[in-house]
Ligand binder design. Structure first.
Ligand SMILES: *Cc1c(COP(=O)(O)O)cnc(C)c1O
Length: 375
């Protein structure tokens, strides 16, 4: 059996080696490493795929979030509502800009922001909501946009884990995640659903004025060459990464389908296990399974991770400490927040290997051992 990995980037690369090698070679030949042709071409291609007019590539997903918040003119002390049950980047950026994260709990079924709790979290200082489309499915964007519009708040989607997923609204319209809020942010970290061979990210918007502002912030606040209007930063997608992404984007839907098949196989196999709750997909969203994360009932998770490791099956805890319990936020003197679902999930979730190259032998092996260890 091919050794099992959380993500198998090698086998994915080998399948398109000639194409990717040629694309990288072309960048080397032209030596236009910064803002080369492939960068603009990829931005165009992604804009068409997402059906969103403006795509501004940047250096990584964390920068994308930071630039989005800077471009919206958020100021120190402004409150930003966001889940605590997420990767740290989302809240770290809020704190870095001296904004105040206001954590709300997540829905126990979708693991995304519980929109029932949104209104209660709003104060006169609230300026933005940052939902995270965790593990590959969307937060309830219809509810989030409704509340945001009522209260005149910005919405920045953290779409680092759900590129390619789409949301169906009650009027029947369908939109890709990352194109629904005022700004969408994504990451091309190698293991993401659309990953490059280093760091990369992008900022997405349908608003031309915002797009201009975002471009300016990402480029030293520059309005024209050597004229700097606002304090910005330097965040670019390099040409080699754009060349790789150009090869991979046409394959994204197939990649997401492959992940979906793995998830379906797992969920069927775990359906009758009383101590495993497989992930569920909300009716309003598709799921692109960046992670396949299940909830364990009455199982010693550390023991299970060790048992799985003992038979060559990696498993990960995403995430072992929620943001509101991280030491980095102690300086904020955040009032004690009560996030019972977040704490409950944090102790019980486990993520199994899922990627585009998994074969039947590996799947059978994993399912057999998980069901054997979890009884
Ligand atoms: C990966 C990730 C990020 C950050 O992306 P980087 O490219 O690693 O900076 C932000 N938010 C979420 C939810 C992520 O999964």
């Amino acid at each position: 059996m091919v050794p099992i990995q959380m993500v198998d980037l090698k086998r994915q690369y080998v399948k398109m080696k000639d194409e990717v090698d040629a694309a990288i070679q072309e960048v080397l030949t032209t030596t236009s490493f910064i803002n080369g042709k492939a960068v603009g071409e990829f931005a165009h291609q992604l804009s068409a795929y997402l059906d969103a007019e403006h795509v501004i590539p940047c250096a990584n997903g964390t920068d994308a979030l930071q630039i989005a918040m800077m471009a919206l003119g958020l100021e120190p002390g402004d409150e930003v509502i966001t889940p605590s049950f997420t990767y740290i980047a989302t809240t770290e950026v809020i704190a870095l800009l001296r904004l105040k994260p206001v954590f709300i709990d997540v829905d126990p079924v979708t693991f995304c922001m519980d929109t029932q709790l949104l209104e209660k979290a709003i104060t006169p200082k609230t300026k933005a909501i940052v939902p995270v489309h965790l593990y590959g499915q969307a937060a309830n964007m219809e509810a989030i946009m409704r509340v945001a519009n009522e209260h005149n708040l910005f919405v920045i989607e953290d779409n680092a884990q759900a590129i390619g997923a789409s949301v169906t609204f009650s009027d029947g319209s369908v939109r890709k995640t990352g194109t629904i809020g005022h700004i969408g942010c994504t990451s091309f970290f190698p293991s993401k659903n659309l990953g490059c061979y280093g760091d990369g990210g992008a900022i997405i918007t349908r608003n031309a004025l915002l797009a201009e502002r975002i471009r300016m912030v990402a480029n030293h606040g520059q309005s024209k060459r050597y004229y700097h209007d606002v304090v910005g930063c330097n965040s670019r997608l390099d040409t080699v990464q754009a060349a790789v992404l150009k090869c991979k984007l046409p394959r994204l839907d197939a990649y997401n389908d492959a992940r979906g098949k793995v998830a379906q196989y797992y969920s069927t196999a775990f359906a009758t296990n009383p101590n495993i709750t497989p992930p569920k997909t909300a009716l309003f969203s598709t799921h692109v399974f960046h992670q396949y994360t299940l909830v364990l009932n009455g199982v010693d998770r550390n023991t299970l991770v060790d048992q799985l490791a003992g038979v060559g099956i990696p498993a990960m805890i995403y995430y072992p400490v929620p943001a509101h319990r991280q030491k980095m936020f102690s300086f904020l003197n955040l009032p004690e927040v009560d996030l019972p679902v977040t704490d409950w999930l944090t102790e019980r979730v486990i993520s199994l290997p899922i990627h585009t190259e998994m074969d039947q032998e590996q799947l059978d092996y994993i399912v057999h051992h998980v069901n054997q260890f979890v009884q």
